[in-house]
Design a protein around this ligand. Structure first.
Ligand code: PLP
Length: 363
């Protein structure tokens, strides 16, 4: 045991992040064949990974004896081209989670505040607390971020404001025009983090560049974990202004993105057909699930992402029962939604199996 005061108190009081349960764990615990288990718990891509990315990663294995390019130059250049910005305005991370942590390193100290919705992606809160800052949580209204209430929560101590577009776990999206005007109402000094982890599932890309032109401090986060099917590789990135990018670069590890990840992400980015197919498949899956929930009288939150929140009664019990039947979903009691579960959109066959099992449960 450590003496009182020896361990950073923010670490001792840090809530624990609960990820979706891995297939192998569930198989071992319940004596199931892992090949028969489907995981609809972490909003991964049910179609897997672009074959072009897989090929590039295999080729990348040939050079793992060498350190990776610490500046991830080719990947950042390609991302910069895509977003029509300068390479120095792109920062890459070991998942967008790492960039959230880098934001904490750069901006948060005890006494500072960060404003976020609740329920929203839990890592905003975890990072804020880890740096000893205060998480100011603003309840969602009808599962949507309440932008007015979030502005009202900003004080002289606010450093960061987080807005996921769309949100996890609700799948809801504030219209881009409203977000743009809302940012205009915030003090210019605050840093607004627009988390676009699921943006590629939307039909239209939002152009946030007017915000930069107005001199707003904005960080837009993206990830390769969702539509690109590279969650296990851990690649995310931020688009921001040069000054913030330089600060984020200072606090990251020198080789935070391994060489295989750089190769895989680069190839995935150029496989537009794959992304289009995955977007279309997700749309079909969403319609399939939402129609079935509506038909069965199960309340759900219409989603703009690759998962759906649905009200099943006792979320924990449904999670446990589905798990016994080889389907892993995500209970969301930790998000203050004990009656709900979040299900990721699977393939049509996986969704069918989920619906069959769900409708046969007695809990
Ligand atoms: C809204 C949101 N932001 C960020 C992330 C983290 O993604 P990454 O895998 O890039 O760390 C997730 C992952 O589920 C998410 O839902």
């Amino acid at each position: 045991m450590f003496e009182p005061g020896f361990v950073n108190p923010s670490v001792l009081s840090q809530p624990v992040y609960e990820p979706g349960r891995p297939i192998e764990d569930v198989a071992r615990e319940l004596g199931l064949d892992p090949d028969t288990i489907i995981k609809l718990a972490s909003n991964e891509n049910p179609l897997g990974t672009s074959p072009k990315a897989l090929e590039a990663m295999r080729a990348g294995l040939g050079s793992v004896a060498l350190y990776p390019d610490g500046g991830a130059t080719r990947l950042r250049e390609r991302l910069a081209q895509r977003h029509r910005v300068d390479r120095n305005e792109i920062v890459v991370g070991n998942g967008s989670n790492e960039i959230l942590e880098l934001l904490g390193h750069v901006f948060l100290r005890p006494g500072d505040e960060a404003v976020m919705g609740t329920p929203a992606f839990i890592v905003y809160k975890l990072v804020t607390l880890l740096f000893g800052a205060k998480a100011v949580e603003v309840p969602l209204v009808d599962h949507v971020h309440d932008l007015g209430a979030m502005s009202a929560a900003v004080t002289a101590r606010t450093k960061l404001v987080f807005l996921p577009c769309p949100n996890n776990p609700t799948g809801t999206l504030n219209p881009a025009g409203e977000v743009m005007s809302w940012i205009g109402t915030l003090p210019k000094r605050v840093v607004v983090v627009l988390d676009e982890a699921y943006a590629e599932y939307l039909e239209t890309e939002v152009d946030w560049s007017p915000l930069w032109m107005e001199g707003r401090r904005v960080v837009v986060l993206r990830t390769f974990s969702k539509i690109f099917g590279l969650a296990g590789l851990r690649v995310g990135y931020a688009r921001t202004n040069r000054e913030i990018a330089d600060l984020l670069q200072r606090v990251r590890q020198p080789f935070n993105l391994n060489s295989v990840a750089q190769a895989g992400a680069l190839a995935a980015l150029d496989d537009d057909d794959w992304v289009t197919d995955c977007r279309r498949a997700n749309q079909e899956g969403l319609v399939q699930l939402q129609d079935a929930f509506a038909g069965a009288g199960i309340e759900y939150v219409p989603s703009q992402a690759n998962f759906i929140l649905c009200r099943v009664g006792d979320g924990q019990a449904v999670f446990r029962e589905l798990q016994k039947r080889g389907i892993i979903v995500r209970p969301v009691g930790g998000y203050g939604l004990p009656e709900w579960v979040r299900v990721s959109v699977g393939t049509l066959a996986e969704n069918d199996r989920l619906l069959r099992e769900l409708f046969n449960l007695n809990c």
